[in-house]
Design a protein around this ligand. Structure first.
Ligand code: ADP
Ligand code: ZN
Length: 524
């Protein structure tokens, strides 16, 4: 473009150095950028802070024409455009908060080839008027930020995003790059399908944050636990609660105890929220008690701990929120206070949602979060496993690794579960498998003839929660996979075969089961 700060012979390497001032690509960036500059489609899965922006900003400067960046968050658009302008890049954003004449100025610039990058919201992209403008513009690339919003399997599905699939059919020859920090297998596959990417390069980076120590404690006296924890800490922290009321309440109590803290949620006005952010960034306060509204676009590198006062609704949210700790690479901690009663309440809320399909997906996502909280194996393995990043060694930096539960030879126990899953044709979900294992006298089992299976009743001597725990461990170890696209049916993975055949032994943790008198009483 005419106003580009670069001579026409710009390459990804020269742009990286001359415009952004960096010496080398991070792993994956170079391959993705070259692929896109050669006209290819791509999907980039990298955790927050992983360096996704350069994957489309550099092609935008190397390729002829304007790159259209679709982003759902107005504040992030503004930040990025400001940063780019400061680097001498010709960038702008278009959204409904701008005055009408500014909007038409930007449209003129677009048509006249004066922009290297234009950020738009998804609804703007699909507006008829804007589509007409696009026809007259020279477009080099479409970049879809937060691409998981296009998928029903994602944790943040947005209706506006669904229609982004049309881009590929309307602009056949223009490459599309999707970017997201969410990477479970179902979402990843769905993004590719929804965006109709053509022979895409899929790059997935590591989701591990080795300097964050994961800890889970069962929650019994939340306030005292939080106070005791915070007193031990040096430096800044964020405490997440799941409602505004809880934020205000916890903040008031901590404030009375003399902590330098502030509350943050969407119920406060913009000025107040900006004030809190600034205070936190400049270390004038130590603690922000917040809802999930706090975090997007907050770039504080020295957050030492993140506490979840309440269990989040998905592993994606948990990962994003805990990921705000330790951006500087120094030792940090993530503490989750887990209470089964909270979990039951969350499940109830989710089931009351209006969209039945949506509820089922959300319940599956929450089940994974619950499994993480109850895991007896390395927390980091569970987390990374969820993002399909399997590792066979424990991390040494989580509560389970640091204070391990008692291990036993679980080969026979595992074989019972695995063969039961197999006998049920890998079509049954967890509770059903448990019902068969425990030989329950249920009508649905008898009607399906499953009381005649050889595995019926082989796990009679143990409780439901025992088997739940064992199945979760087998999921975490990668022997069983939950297929959320098939009513959460348990499937065996390749790794299950040698265990079933007795070729390898498997270690399991003795489930730490709490006695729950009320439940037992009902069953009796
Ligand atoms: P994401 O969008 O994945 O959350 P960003 O694109 O905002 O991450 O990048 C995070 C930080 O890393 C930014 O400050 C960015 O400038 C920096 N960064 C990205 N790529 C490189 C690189 N190749 N060398 C050095 N710093 C980089
Ligand atoms: Zn660990």
């Amino acid at each position: 473009t005419q106003d580009s700060p670069l001579p026409p012979a710009a390459t990804p390497e020269t742009v990286l150095k001359d415009v952004f001032g960096y010496d080398a690509f991070r792993e994956g960036q170079g391959d993705v950028i070259h692929h896109v500059c050669n006209g290819g489609d791509a999907l980039v899965l990298l955790p927050t802070g992983g360096g996704k922006s350069l994957c489309y900003q550099i092609p935008a400067l190397v390729m002829q024409g304007t790159t259209i960046v679709v982003s759902p968050l107005i504040s992030l658009m503004q930040d990025q455009v400001e940063q780019l302008l400061a680097l001498g890049v010709s960038a702008a954003y278009l959204n409904s908060t701008l005055p009408t004449d500014t909007q038409s100025d930007i449209a003129d610039k677009l048509i006249n080839g004066k922009l290297d990058l234009l950020y738009v919201s998804p609804e703007r992209l699909l507006q008829f008027g804007f589509q007409q403008t696009l026809k007259h513009a020279d477009i080099s690339l479409f970049a879809i930020d937060e691409a998981h919003c296009v998928s029903h399997w994602g944790h943040d599905f947005r209706q506006d995003y669904r229609a982004l699939g049309q881009i590929k059919s309307r602009f056949k020859d223009i490459p599309v790059i999707g970017l997201t920090a969410t990477a479970d297998a179902a979402t990843q596959q769905d993004i590719l399908t929804q965006l109709q990417l053509d022979a895409p390069l899929v790059y997935k980076g590591s989701f591990d944050r080795p300097n964050i120590r994961y800890r889970v404690m069962s929650k019994y006296k939340a306030f005292e636990q939080v106070v005791a924890y915070v007193k031990q800490q040096d430096g800044s922290g964020i405490i997440y609660c799941n409602s505004r009321a809880k934020v205000d309440d916890l903040h008031a109590k901590l404030f009375r105890q003399g902590f330098r803290c502030a509350a943050y949620h969407a119920g406060l006005d913009t000025d107040e929220r900006e004030f809190v952010q600034r205070q936190f960034l400049t270390d004038k306060i130590d603690i922000v008690v917040a809802t999930v509204a706090f975090g997007m676009g907050i770039n504080k590198s020295n957050v030492r701990y993140v506490v979840h006062h309440d269990v989040p609704r998905s592993i994606e949210s948990y990962y994003q929120e805990t990921g705000r700790a330790g951006r500087d690479g120094l030792e940090s901690e993530a503490l989750l206070l887990f209470d089964e009663k909270d979990a039951a309440r969350v499940k109830q809320w989710i089931s009351q949602g209006e969209l039945e399909d949506r509820n089922q997906i959300e319940l599956q996502k929450f089940a994974a979060m619950e499994a993480f909280s109850e895991a007896q194996t390395c927390r980091r393995q569970v987390l990374l496993n969820y993002f399909s990043q399997f590792s066979d060694s424990a991390c040494g930096n989580c509560d389970i690794c640091l204070d391990p539960p008692k291990m036993i030879d679980g080969t026979v126990i595992s074989q019972k579960v695995l063969s039961c899953v197999l006998r049920l044709q890998q079509q049954a979900a967890t509770q059903y498998v448990i019902d068969v294992l425990r030989g329950k006298q249920l009508k649905r089992l008898q009607e399906a003839g499953h009381h005649q299976l050889s595995t019926y009743g082989i796990g009679k001597d143990k409780s439901d929660s025992y088997w739940h725990n064992i199945i979760n461990q087998l999921i975490h170890k990668g022997l069983i996979r939950v297929d959320i696209t098939a009513n959460a049916a348990l499937r065996l993975t390749e790794a299950a075969r040698p265990v079933l055949k007795g070729e390898i032994a498997i270690q399991l943790a003795t489930p730490r089961l709490e006695f729950k008198p009320d439940k037992k009483a009902k069953q009796a």
